[in-house]
Design a protein around this ligand. Structure first.
Ligand code: AMP
Length: 218
């Protein structure tokens, strides 16, 4: 398989529980690749902020750390599968039905499963801050901005997501184990899965994803 930077289309899924670093790795992968980034959590938060019908429906699930129903999410993703670049799916699919729906519309090249423990997820997410304007991700423990509460990139305001409160993080992790973890075997059986230790340094995680992209997964 060729990496998308070589001019080939390539469809990649970043799979992992909350706090695994999917968003951080997506940022890194997109630095030198022309792929369309589809981060369903970001799209849903945007719908919530805009107060759209979808946003209003989604918010009550998101606030509880539950998944937004499949029909809403699948429809939202399908509407965005419009151009001919490869796709970088970040936070999608998250259920077997979503995976099957995706499989009906395109072929995947790689599913990078970034694995972290629950205690690490709680530690990372409770210290995560996000820029309200550009979405850049910070962490008060190991990636703090130069000025507290202000984005280095665009000077936007940094905030803590409502679902990054410890009690919701635990529910999100349980949701991951119940609904998303079965996808690990589903994709492994199809020869698409590359399992990566998400507790390494972000650069090491990135190097493993890059290497899987260049070599294919078998
Ligand atoms: P994330 O930013 O990926 O952690 O997603 C935040 C929240 O958005 C999740 O806890 C879910 O409530 C919702 N969400 C994001 N992606 C999906 C998806 N593929 N299916 C269902 N709900 C989702």
């Amino acid at each position: 398989m060729l990496a998308p930077s070589d001019g080939e289309k390539c469809n990649v899924v970043l799979l992992g529980g909350p706090g695994a670093g999917k968003g951080t790795q997506a940022e890194k992968l997109l630095e030198d690749r022309r792929m369309q980034h589809l981060a369903t959590g970001d799209i849903l938060r945007d719908e919530v902020d805009k107060g759209t019908e979808l946003g209003l429906k989604a918010k009550k699930y998101m606030d509880k750390g539950e998944l937004v129903p499949d029909d809403l999410v699948v429809d939202m993703v399908q509407k965005r599968l419009t151009d001919q670049k490869g796709y970088l799916f970040d936070g999608f699919p998250r259920t077997m039905d979503q995976a099957k729906a995706l499989g009906r519309v395109l072929d995947l090249d790689l599913v990078a499963y970034i694995k972290i423990s629950k205690s690490e997820a709680v530690r990372r997410l409770s210290s995560r801050r996000v820029c309200r304007d550009c979405g850049r991700i910070y962490n008060t423990i190991f990636k703090s901005p130069e000025r507290e509460g202000v984005c280095d990139e665009c000077s936007g305001n940094l905030y803590q997501r409502d679902d990054d409160k410890p009690e919701v993080i635990r529910d999100r992790f349980a949701t991951f184990l119940d609904e998303t973890a079965p996808l690990i075997d589903f994709y492994r059986e199809r020869g698409l899965l590359e399992e990566i230790d998400g507790e390494q340094q972000p650069e090491e995680v990135q190097a493993e994803i890059e290497s899987a992209l260049h070599q294919g997964t078998g």
